[in-house]
Design a protein around this ligand. Structure first.
Ligand SMILES: Nc1nc2c(c(=O)[nH]1)N[C@H]1C(S)=C(S)[C@@H](COP(=O)(O)O)O[C@H]1N2
Ligand SMILES: [Mo]
Length: 406
């Protein structure tokens, strides 16, 4: 156990003056801050562009989920929406924001970027900060291609495949997606706030409604992150696949914690506490306890009970991903037989994202189960079964995917 501590109260630091500068994030911060509004106007057109705030995501009303959820792309669970894997078939390495799964504990809020502030505070920073959207935008020069995957992805298979249903959204494998996230390194913001050497934990918190379940108010969605991960590759993302974040995915800013469970990637980021002791919240104790990196998994880009043409050569496509390392190999079984065939990996195979693969197959008439088993470069291989847990987290066993050839 770490020493007990009394995390600082979330007192509101003075808002920093709404300084304007050039959009060059490589400038030393001091320089950016000293550019006066008059200097800015002298800079002309480019500066004028940097004054415009994105409004599209804010224009949408708050709602359980605000983007359209066409039935060919999503299974609609109300505040959650699962991506249909056959809808990934025509996607490139990245999944479009329009098709990306959504997991909301409450509902998507409408946040005005003109008044929104990100507060950084706590007993492990010397200079509590408030940063506005435009200030963050000027610092936004980092990006990560990373999956976001719900800890409950695959939960439905505890019941359908292992005979012991777990409670919660009965996802198949579509609570995952890879996107390119662009924004500001969390470490840059922490350093700007005068990070103290004794910092232990960082607690990002969302601005969506407090989460109430079974009559208990668990407060805002928030989850501590160890300082080592915070200083490594965590990103405060303002963009998803080259466009401003959509409302459902965290506009104006979300945390991206590459390789980790979905809940680490706090959306609608409002504050970040930095403490010199271990922090906790219901989102690392009651829910998602002990979860950090996601295990290795695989999915076929096929619908459930997909219809294939019997006796005709087809190409099976899919993707595999893993928190610890890129994918080393994927073995496919098509008939329940013992021998697998090695799929061909194609295209990028990035750490914290996924590898796409393919394998030709000529199905005989009848029902088949397709099994894809991936191994990552850290040596982690998908097992046949996983131990049950009542919340149904971390299902990473090989999934038996039914198809019908006629
Ligand atoms: N503020 C906030 N952040 C959140 C959540 C939430 O409900 N509120 N859900 C978390 C969970 S459980 C997951 S799996 C991911 C889902 O991200 P997405 O909806 O962009 O796909 O966001 C995480 N961040
Ligand atoms: Mo999640």
């Amino acid at each position: 156990m770490l020493a007990s501590c009394s995390p600082s109260m979330p007192g509101l630091p003075e808002a920093e003056a709404n300084r304007q500068g050039t959009q060059l994030c490589t400038l030393p911060i001091v320089l950016i801050e000293n550019v006066s509004r008059r200097d800015l106007l002298k800079l002309g057109g480019a500066a004028a562009i940097s004054l415009a705030l994105p409004r599209a995501a804010f224009a949408q009303q708050a709602g359980l989920i605000v983007k359209p959820l066409p039935a060919e792309w999503f299974v609609d669970y109300g505040s959650n929406a699962e991506m249909r894997w056959d809808a990934a078939r025509d996607q490139g390495y990245l999944i479009d924001a329009a098709r990306f799964f959504v997991r909301n504990h409450t509902r998507t809020p409408a946040i005005d970027p003109a008044t929104w502030r990100l507060r950084v505070f706590g007993n492990a920073v010397r200079r509590p900060l408030e940063l506005g959207y435009q200030q963050l935008e000027k610092l936004a020069c980092a990006s990560e291609t990373a999956f976001i995957e719900c800890a409950g992805n695959g939960r439905g298979f505890f019941g359908t495949q292992q005979g012991t249903p777990a409670s919660g959204t009965q996802w198949r494998l579509g609570a995952v997606g890879v996107a390119r996230w662009r924004g500001v390194r969390l470490r840059d913001v922490l350093e700007r706030a005068g990070l103290r050497p004794g910092a232990v934990d960082v607690m990002p918190a969302g601005l969506d409604d407090p989460y109430v379940s079974g009559g208990i108010d668990y407060g805002h969605v928030r989850r501590p992150l160890p300082i080592a991960k915070a200083l490594d590759d965590a990103l405060i993302a303002l963009e998803m696949n080259g466009k401003e974040l959509p409302a459902d995915h965290g506009f104006p800013a979300r945390l991206v914690v590459p390789g980790w469970v979905g809940i680490a990637n706090i959306k609608w980021l409002g504050s970040i506490e930095v403490a010199d002791c271990a922090l906790s919240s219901p989102f690392n104790t009651t829910f998602y306890p002990g979860l950090s990196r996601q295990n290795v998994k695989s999915a076929f880009e096929l619908g459930w009970d997909a219809q294939l043409a019997a006796g005709t050569r087809t190409v099976l496509h899919g993707r595999s991903w893993s928190g610890p390392a890129p994918i080393r190999k994927v073995d496919i079984r098509t008939a329940g037989g013992a021998s697998g065939r090695r799929a061909r990996l194609r295209g990028p195979n990035l750490r914290n994202a996924w590898a796409r693969w393919e394998l030709p197959w000529t199905p005989a008439p009848g029902r088949h189960e397709l099994l894809a088993r991936a191994t990552d470069r850290a040596g982690l291989t998908q097992p046949d079964t996983v131990d049950f847990n009542p919340a149904g987290y971390g299902f990473w066993a090989v999934v038996r995917h039914p198809v019908i050839a006629a």
